[in-house]
Design a protein around this ligand. Structure first.
Ligand code: CO
Length: 471
């Protein structure tokens, strides 16, 4: 029986987040949107992740305006976003009322597929996001809720561990499951085993998301497809490979004429390719794409730490003039991770574990200096770790502070009204309040610039308070 494999195109989000620090602008997307709209992808991942921060901080774009533009220009495509459950896109846990509003506004402004994940794979951190998405709708249409498993390796991350988590995801009400291998740790045969096990134990479509960093992505996707995966994440070839994804056109060609045929139109994809080749050249010329990002690096498979984390560790050691200690730090990382209850190494736990490992080695004594964030993980501020933390170790790290074992957001009072008041001077919409909630002063600076532009004020010389500005 023919099974059509569905394709999620990532060129408008993950591909440029992975290769050029999320700097693709809406003006660069606009000319090609009508063609992307025609392809018939399962979805186009185009919002959330780092795009929101990048819009406000670097590109001077309103992320909500970007979403509305994408919606308008691609009326037939399903638009997909990514966010970190209770963290949304910011760097702390938010109260439920803020999260509910964020999900509703995302859907209202154009999102059809909501992909959420938690760095610790603690389903409690995703439950409010799932419930909110189930309540949300645009013109009577409900979004698809996809929960992503943060894939990692290590002694506790057995196939059974993932099956158990997948069962919780299904019970929580998700519509589909994504295996999210952001660090490119999957190998083809591990993928096969994992997908088979998930398909045997849950009834939801499985989406496979893996990066090309270690050179294995196409093989993993193919093995995953043969094992029963329903959806694959790919990127248009000019922004594929390296730290990005497997190339869309190649995967479509590989499956053509087989029982897994995607049904996508290769000549149309070639037209789209031509457009993105122009952007690729521009990014390379401008130095936005670093050649290093395009190189294959199987280091992640050897060190079992994501590529980004490895370069962070190296730069921290360089700053201290102790580059020669890299091997020691790489041996310390798994020990710290074990002490911390085996968090998957994904943002933010990868930075937290990595920095603590560097301190442990540099100080010559383990946990002589403990970062605030590491204390937070040990205390339970981020949620439940995959393995419970040894009470004795916890006491050593947090002293008499009360450990948190409930869902961390249960300790947060509603905060939407407070946030509304805080940014009342600047916010022109409820969407602005949500930008402010997540990016604070970065959002305020953006609002300020936007206001100055509207008033025709030169930001540098104007005095908004006194309404004096050069003309
Ligand atoms: Co990714």
């Amino acid at each position: 029986m023919a099974k059509k494999i569905r394709v999620t195109e990532t060129v408008l989000r993950d591909a440029h987040q992975s290769l050029l620090a999320t700097r693709m602008r809406i003006e660069e997307m606009l000319p090609i949107l009508p063609k992307l709209n025609q392809v018939g992808f399962n979805s186009l991942e185009c919002w959330g992740g780092a795009t929101f921060d990048s819009c406000l901080r670097f590109l001077g774009e309103d992320p909500w305006e970007r979403l509305r533009t994408l919606r308008r220009e691609m009326p037939d495509a399903r638009l997909q976003m990514l966010f970190r459950g209770q963290n949304m896109l910011g760097y702390r846990h938010y109260a439920d009322d803020v999260l509910e509003e964020f999900v509703q506004k995302s859907v209202e402004n154009g999102i059809d597929v909501i992909r959420i994940f938690d760095a610790l794979n603690d389903i409690r951190n995703l439950q409010t996001a799932i419930n909110s998405a189930k309540k949300a709708s645009r013109d009577g249409k409900k979004p698809e809720v996809q929960v992503a498993i943060s894939y990692t390796t290590g002694e506790v991350f057995t196939t059974e561990y993932y099956v158990e988590y997948a069962k919780k995801i299904q019970a929580a009400g998700a519509d589909s499951i994504c295996i999210k291998d952001m660090a490119a740790l999957l190998t083809p045969y591990k993928t096969e085993e994992l997908v088979k096990a998930l398909k045997a134990n849950v009834d939801l479509p499985i989406d496979l998301h893996t990066h090309y960093t270690s050179g294995l992505a196409s093989m993993c996707l193919l093995k995953g497809i043969e094992a029963g995966a329903d959806i694959i994440d790919t990127a248009m070839s000019p922004l594929a490979l390296g730290t990005s994804h497997a190339p869309t056109e190649s995967m479509v060609a590989a499956l053509q004429g087989t029982e897994y045929d995607t049904g996508l139109d290769l000549p149309l994809l070639m037209e789209i390719r031509e457009y993105f080749m122009g952007l690729r050249k521009k990014y390379l010329d401008e130095g936005l794409i670093d050649q290093k990002m395009l190189a294959t690096d199987a280091g992640a498979l050897i060190y079992q730490v994501p590529g980004g984390m490895l370069s962070n560790l190296l730069s921290q050691l360089k700053q201290a003039g102790k580059e020669e200690l890299l091997q020691e730090v790489l041996l310390e990382v798994p020990r710290v991770r074990k002490d911390a209850g085996f968090p998957p190494l994904v943002t933010p736990s990868s930075q937290i574990v990595g920095t603590q490992a560097v301190f442990n080695v540099l100080m010559g004594e383990r946990y002589k200096t403990v970062t605030k964030e590491f204390k937070g993980v040990v205390r339970g501020e981020y949620g439940q770790t995959p393995v419970p933390i040894d009470p004795e170790f916890r006491k050593k790290i947090i002293g008499d502070a009360e450990p948190i074992d409930c869902r961390p957001a249960d300790l947060l009072a509603p905060e939407l009204d407070k946030l509304r008041k805080e940014c009342a001077e600047w916010a022109e919409s409820e969407e602005d309040v949500l930008s402010y909630a997540q990016f604070g002063q970065v959002a305020v600076k953006f609002f300020e610039k936007r206001r100055n532009q509207k008033l025709g004020i030169d930001g540098k010389h104007g005095d908004a308070e006194k309404q004096i500005h050069p003309v």
